[in-house]
Write a protein that binds this ligand. Structure first.
Ligand SMILES: C[S@@+](CC[C@H](N)C(=O)[O-])C[C@H]1O[C@@H](n2cnc3c(N)ncnc32)[C@H](O)[C@@H]1O
Length: 311
């Protein structure tokens, strides 16, 4: 029921491999406690519903709910909606996207964090079927008009403002805002054209490591400074000493993927291994590789020589 990108045998996966069958594919971004997702899955048993949610606590709540209710046509991804859209949804395959009560980020300086921006609408058009749509429900009037303007700027959607369907007003946040007497806003964005810029899936690699010769350093102090990587930053947060060497807690932030992973520098039968630890099964991306390259450069400064480079 949970989708773990690093553990999928095929990348990007096929819909049939994720769900065990084909069917109309729907993505819900920010499902919260999953009560809407569960209702939708029961109301539309033929549909295949993929949910993306950044809050781990919410994913767990939704997971338990779906399990309790014996729901089999939902898959949950813990992470950013755009990552799920890009990698778990094949081009031109999505019937619908549902966004109920997205975080409004009302402060001007936080607006770039909003989900429904021009770039998102453009990219979404590459994944929607012809005539596929996005349904937005919110209590935040300013964000609502922002989203309408952003979509209209693309020229790729027909936008209709409607009354929200009753089911969309039974989410956790809908009930909360209903009690507070707020007004609700709803729009349907139907794809009428497609952005010509392709949006290829995130590249996943099998390995990211190097073998070096030389002495394992006695200590490995690494500066805690952001290292630029393609589309983001990486930071070595902390170094811990293990029996065979060091573990480096590393934070890697890419466009729509944030991972905290362990890198290792340790003795192996072939020399000094510097690379990604299997712990936590991180997705090996270009950004992760770049972090390993930076670590290998650090070891080079300490006199170690690369003998095999798989970074
Ligand atoms: C205001 S809550 C609404 C939750 C639920 N849809 C409801 O109506 O009760 C917004 C949710 O979106 C999630 N979220 C915010 N940005 C996200 C993103 N980029 N991808 C996936 N989930 C996101 C948050 O963690 C939060 O659970």
């Amino acid at each position: 029921m949970l989708v773990r990108p690093a553990l999928l045998p095929l990348w990007p996966p096929r819909v049939g491999d994720l769900f065990g069958r084909e069917g109309p594919l729907v993505l819900e971004v920010g499902f919260g406690d999953g009560r809407f997702t569960a209702e939708l899955a029961k109301a539309q048993p033929d549909w295949l519903i993929l949910g993306a949610e950044v809050s781990a606590a919410s994913v767990l709540r939704a997971y338990r709910r779906l399990k309790r209710e014996g729901i089999g046509n939902v898959r949950l991804y813990h992470g950013q909606g755009p990552f799920a859209l890009r990698n778990l949804v094949p081009p031109g395959s999505l019937k619908r996207v549902i966004v109920n009560f997205p975080d409004p980020w009302p402060k001007k300086r936080h607006q770039e964090r909003r989900l429904l921006q021009e770039g998102f609408f453009r990219r979404l058009s590459t994944r929607l079927l012809a005539g596929g749509d996005l349904l937005l429900t919110t209590d935040h009037e300013e964000y609502f008009h922002f989203a309408l303007a952003e979509a209209e700027r693309t020229g790729l959607y027909r936008v209709e403002v409607k009354d929200p369907p009753e089911a969309h007003l039974r989410t956790k946040y809908a009930l909360k805002w209903r009690e507070a007497g707020r007004t609700f806003f709803h729009a349907v964005f139907t794809k009428v054209a497609e952005d010509p810029t392709p949006w290829p899936p995130t590249r996943r690699y099998e390995v990211a490591h190097a073998l070096l010769k030389g002495e394992l350093p006695k200590d490995l102090a690494l500066a805690r400074v952001p290292l630029p990587i393609p589309g983001g930053v990486a930071v070595f947060l902390e170094v811990a000493r293990g029996e065979e060497g060091f573990y480096v807690l590393t934070h890697v932030e890419e466009e729509d993927l944030t991972q905290d992973l362990l890198l290792e520098v340790r003795r192996s039968s072939h020399g000094i291994y510097a690379g990604v630890s299997r712990f936590g099964s991180p997705l090996i991306t270009e950004g992760v590789k770049e972090a390993v390259r930076a670590l290998v450069r650090e070891l080079g400064r300490r006199g170690l020589k690369v003998v095999q480079d798989h970074t």
